[in-house]
Design a protein around this ligand. Structure first.
Ligand SMILES: C=C1C[C@]23C[C@@]1(O)CC[C@H]2[C@@]12CC[C@H](O)[C@@](C)(C(=O)O1)[C@H]2[C@@H]3C(=O)O
Ligand SMILES: O=C(O)CCC(=O)C(=O)O
Ligand SMILES: [Fe+2]
Length: 328
């Protein structure tokens, strides 16, 4: 069992009471990337849930297991060694700059090769496994958004993928480790927040985790459901930027992670974002005649700045709605 060398005091983390055990949801769309119907199924899943599971994705399992093993050997280092990696993206218990906390430690880096963070991380902590993995998952993200463009019948089909492929794309990569919390067993009916509820700000997020549960998504009727883990597949989430570019047709999914009392969870997520200067607006080819854009115009830099000035669970997009509906 993996335990944080300096576990955060439980009272500093958010305990939530769930009235009834959250149901394990069997309705999450499962899409085989090689299915000829994939383009239609992906659009349907992103409209209904903003979330789906992707199988037959072509990323070798060994890329995932190698990175998972390297991540665990890093997270198992003494706390004093991990703290030395703070300038390279290591963090624990605190999520973002505005007071959010969670039962988590992580490595968070920008994937832009022109920036040094990923290079430093791979040279010092995760060797080549992180580079192989990120390269493969980026290619997968490009393919998924191209198939999505086909399903939306928008042209050219690289209208979304060009933003992720751009050398200035502001994409990032995160390795999360949620240690188990055995004290939870004594607090029946209470759950510990590993990563509080939020939507991802970018265009698309590609998540892979080990076989430990914890991820939950919020359905349209606002009920929270648990996502059954599957270490061989990817879970894809629509981000806020894609919600805006599709003028609300595809919806960014609210999600969170609850801590397991006995098993540690390791997740690895690629967040595909546009270049900083990119204007995030509804794609004209997706707008019906006379349809009004739901959001004010903004650049990714403006949205990201707003995200980093907000609490994790804030309704950030609300600030940019034409009929403002903000709650920060
Ligand atoms: C509380 C925060 C953490 C976050 C930046 C923010 O101010 C609001 C958005 C958060 C989020 C959620 C998705 C990703 O994990 C993340 C890296 C991102 O781009 O936006 C995190 C940010 C973070 O952990 O720095
Ligand atoms: O760790 C997970 O499974 C999800 C984490 C998450 O939502 C995030 O890092 O944005
Ligand atoms: Fe997230």
């Amino acid at each position: 069992m993996v335990v944080l060398s300096q576990p955060p005091a439980l009272e500093h983390c958010s305990l939530i009471k769930t009235c009834k055990p959250t149901c394990v949801f069997t309705g999450i769309p499962v899409i085989d990337l090689r299915d000829p119907e994939a383009k239609t199924l992906i659009v349907k899943a992103c409209e209904e849930y903003g979330f789906f599971k992707l199988t037959n994705h072509g990323v070798p399992m060994e890329f995932m297991t190698r990175l998972e093993a390297e991540a665990l050997s890093f997270f198992n280092l003494p706390q004093s060694d991990k703290d030395k990696a703070t300038p390279f993206g290591y963090g624990s218990n605190k999520i973002g700059p505005n007071g959010d906390v969670g039962w988590i430690e992580y490595l968070l880096v920008n994937t832009n090769p022109q920036l040094t963070s990923l290079k430093t991380l791979s040279e010092n902590f995760c060797s080549y496994a992180v580079n192989d993995y990120i390269l493969a998952v980026k290619r997968l993200a490009f393919e998924v958004v191209e198939i999505m463009a086909d399903g939306l019948e928008i042209e050219p089909r690289n209208v979304l993928s060009r933003l992720l492929r751009d050398e200035k794309s502001d994409s990032c990569f995160r390795l999360n480790h949620y240690p188990p919390c055995p004290q939870l067993q004594a607090l029946s009916g209470r759950n510990l927040i590993g990563f509080g509820e939020h939507t991802d700000p970018q265009i698309i997020s590609i998540l892979r985790s080990n076989n430990t549960s914890g991820l939950q998504i919020c359905l349209r009727d606002r009920t929270w459901v648990s996502v059954p883990p599957d270490q061989t597949s990817f879970f894809i989430s629509v981000g806020d930027a894609l919600q805006v570019m599709s003028n609300g047709r595809l919806r960014s999914v609210r999600h969170r992670v609850l801590t397991d009392s006995m098993q540690s969870r390791v997740s690895m997520i690629y967040f595909g974002g546009p270049p900083m200067s990119e204007k995030i607006v509804a794609l004209p080819c997706l707008m019906a005649k006379g349809e009004e854009s739901l959001y004010k115009e903004f650049t990714w830099w403006e949205y990201k700045t707003c995200a980093y000035n907000s609490r994790l669970g804030a309704n950030r997009l609300g600030l940019f709605e034409k009929t403002a509906n903000a709650s920060l």
